[in-house]
Design a protein around this ligand. Sequence first.
Ligand code: ADP
Length: 556
Amino acid sequence: KAKPLSDLAIATSAIMQPIFDIAKNAGIPEEAVEPYGKYKAKIDVSKLPVTQSFGKVVLVTATSPTPAGEGKSTVTVGLADALARLGEKSMIALREPSLGPVMGVKGGAAGGGYAQVLPMEEINLHFNGDIHAITTANNALSAMIDNHLHQGNALQIDPRRITWKRALDMNDRALRHITIGLGGPGQGIPREDGFDITVASEIMAVFCLATSLTDLKERLSQMVIGYTYDKEAVTVRDLGVEGALTLLLKEAFKPNLVQTIEGTPALIHGGPFANIAHGCNSLMATNTARKLADIVVTEAGFGSDLGAEKFMDIKARKGGFAPDAVVLVTTIRALKMHGGVLKSNLGSENVQAVKDGIVNLEKHVETVRTFGVQPVVALNRFITDSSDELDFVLEWCAEKGVRVALTDVWGLGGEGGLDLAKQVLELLDENNDFAPLYDVEQPVIEKINTIVQKVYGGKGVVLTDKAKKDLLQIEQNGWDILPVCMAKTQYSFSDDPKKLGRPEDFTITIREIIPKLGAGFLVCLTGDIMTMPGLPKKPAALQMGIDEQGNAFGLM
Ligand code: ADP
């Protein structure tokens, strides 16, 4: 049997339409299109026609992921293509890939097979410079802080209590803890610092939740960078640099337009991780897509316990809209891993392991329903799946009254997602009772407990002494009325990445709570989760390169 073509081979052999044609079909007037080459553009939203009608939002989430990803982006792209084939005006809103996972584990994040967004390499590498701009704004703020210390420290910032970190869009564990300012009086004030990956930075979150340049500037000004010797919070406004930071982000803040292999328009903008940040593309992109299309297909990172929970409790709450339907992607491979099979043994049939692992899907279905929304399960088909394995999942769904569609958009493009699209359309015709899970006015502990119990299926939460101290400070400052953004491993409902399937009777340990006042949430760090990941033993980068003709290889 011939080896299937790689994502990159399929992407580079696809024929793209000029971006102006894609824009025109999407209802974007020429004067709003700012082309970046032939096939990418930024959209000046101030030049879009005014409308009061907004498209419906379909959120794509998944069961707890295995290391390679479950095909959420692939299904997001394929579903929008399938809806277009059925004559619906659909548009995609996706996150932009971070170079951390591209060079590290995944090798790319623009969908896969015949359900991809193009141009694949450019989307995966330095896409229109947005992440560069966000990294630069982040590090400009760091430079301003250190310069302030060096120039006399008028604000009396305690160098030991600076919480703002530098950022880099790469997995680089060696930069987690660093010492800066060494070398004598001319080199600044020595202090400890560290790097976060850009996609975990507060500027990325602010960028994704801001609704206008004015809102962006206001949110940037509210970010806390640390504390004075008297333990008073110091903000960006105190340093007076919100204007400069907003200016650095002005071009990046415009959503990016690209196309799928089948010519469906896609806005790709902003890319916070879902385990250590809020995991959704920008509100600018989602709102722009809602104005232009009747159905917007969007994705939130990792499983429904992470990205989808944050989509519902943070993004939809802030954006003032509800998800109209949820697609829950799962694979036979993932269910087998949740049933105890090792990655190296996934190729052989094992119906019993699927039966053992289906508890993970069951919990994700329950979680989505907790928000008052019905899911449709997209069973993302791999060529290694056996018909008995697939039948088991289809029958299980039928028995439990869960909508399910066998989906092969990876192999067939939109054609392979027609059943899924039809079921999504049926769901969109039904009313749902969407509501965020908690009220922001509730005490912080209650908010966290609600998530732990209703979303993760755990018993409750335990705070370390450090986290208790953080919480006290948050309450004393009156910041406790913000939503919470959990930072938790994506592999398990619990904070232990090894507990697959559907763990029960566990507690979640919170070791630190970090107020992110610009983003408007409190980040709760659980377990051993890191805001700067490391590279794996064999990074995807080892396979990558480019030939003399300029053809890339090794991007998966
Ligand atoms: P996620 O969004 O869940 O992280 P992606 O959509 O990025 O996952 O897919 C991860 C990888 O898996 C991609 O390389 C993609 O080509 C591959 N993939 C997705 N679906 C399938 C499938 N049905 N068969 C084979 N490979 C697939």
